[in-house]
Design a protein around this ligand. Structure first.
Ligand SMILES: Nc1ncnc2c1ncn2[C@@H]1O[C@H](COP(=O)(O)OP(=O)(O)OP(=O)(O)O)[C@@H](O)[C@H]1O
Ligand SMILES: [Mg+2]
Length: 333
């Protein structure tokens, strides 16, 4: 995996940590969504990093019976490393809030809204933020609206999926039905968007901070599952090649989009710039991948933040606001 040639990556070092302030940490991972495998990798990487910082952390697979196990086992907080439905969508957040168990990242509302690509777009459109024109398809009557309203090509994707699961680019009318059926196999709600011709970027958010933007380049039709997890040909450019002013503007747009859907703590906003340089928001991820080669850790590294420090800053989002803002530079116990 390339991070672009000639990049200067700042020196990073292990943070000094007072592990006692966190108590016992459950890293919740796995679950039952289509992104289970990626989540297992995220959770293992996060747990190992917490342990390297001296924190009492264990992984917990979010399968049947995990909630009673969490309350029984005396955990003090939860690092949510679940991707997709049943973990990133507000359901687990609601259950943990009901148990009174602090957790990382977005709350119920932000998690649920960010998971719903259609409702995220409504909110952005209400506030004048740019996002591709679209049609939500719940039946064949909606499908008939797609070509007159959007033209071709279009992008067809499930409303609640991640990792590009069930997504297809459609270039002719004949392909639309098959693409809809493919997306529908994963989700009864399907989103069809106007195809954006241009460059793709992703913006990592940490608290209220925008991390260096990454440009994604793939020879595939789009940044699909293969390009995300398997291909050697995907290029990750950081610095992203935009002028400092354009990068700042794009970062502020992403931060606003993130906050408007009610997301908080940390996450990642995916967007594109069309051939005229006009931005278009695709989606917000409230629990993006956190393996050692994922995008948020890559952006953090370019900001001089090690993986261990990043994981700790995310864990801090589970602390009460005042103590999360307090100094972490306390001598190890
Ligand atoms: N309207 C569009 N025009 C062009 N390409 C698009 C469009 N929408 C999505 N894509 C491509 O499809 C990919 C997946 O789309 P998107 O980010 O919306 O879905 P996702 O599966 O939730 O992704 P993630 O893995 O980031 O959660 C994008 O990274 C981009 O390459
Ligand atoms: Mg995406």
């Amino acid at each position: 995996m390339s991070t672009g040639s000639g990049n200067v990556v700042k020196q990073v070092s292990l943070p000094a940590v007072d592990a006692r302030r966190y108590g016992r940490v459950a890293v919740l991972m796995g679950g039952t969504s289509a992104e289970r495998e990626v989540s297992l990798q995220t959770g293992s990487a996060v747990c190992a990093a917490l342990q390297r910082s001296g924190i009492d952390a264990r992984t917990v697979d979010a399968v049947t019976g995990f909630l009673p196990e969490l309350s029984r086992s005396g955990y003090d907080r939860v690092f949510i490393a679940l991707h997709g439905r049943g973990g990133e969508d507000g359901t687990v957040q609601g259950a943990l809030a009901t148990l009174g168990m602090p957790f990382t990242g977005s709350g119920v509302l932000g998690s649920a809204l960010a998971m719903d690509k259609v409702r995220s777009k409504w909110i952005w459109q209400c506030h004048g933020l740019p996002t591709p024109a679209s049609v939500e398809v719940t039946g064949s009557a909606d499908l008939a609206r797609v070509l007159p309203e959007l033209g071709l090509p279009v992008m067809v994707k499930p409303v609640h999926e991640g990792s590009s699961c069930g997504a297809s680019r459609v270039i002719d009318a004949a392909g639309l039905d098959a693409a809809w059926r493919k997306a529908r196999a994963l989700d009864e709600r399907v989103l069809v968007e106007q195809w954006i011709n241009g460059a793709e970027y992703t913006v990592a958010i940490l608290g209220e901070r925008v991390l260096p933007i990454i440009k994604l380049e793939t020879p595939n039709e789009f940044y699909d599952y293969e390009a995300k997890y398997l291909a050697e040909t995907t290029r990750y450019l950081c610095p992203c090649g935009l002028s400092a002013e354009s990068e700042h503007e794009l970062g502020q747009l992403a931060l606003r989009a993130f906050q408007l859907v009610g997301a908080s703590g940390w996450g990642r906003v995916d967007l594109m710039l069309d051939d005229h340089g006009r931005p278009s928001l695709l989606e917000v991820n409230t629990v993006p991948g956190m393996t050692s080669h994922s995008l948020v850790p890559m952006a953090a590294r370019h900001a001089g933040i090690s993986f261990e420090e990043l994981v700790l800053q995310i864990l801090d989002t589970s602390l009460p606001a005042a103590s999360a803002d307090g100094p972490r530079e306390v001598a190890r116990a």
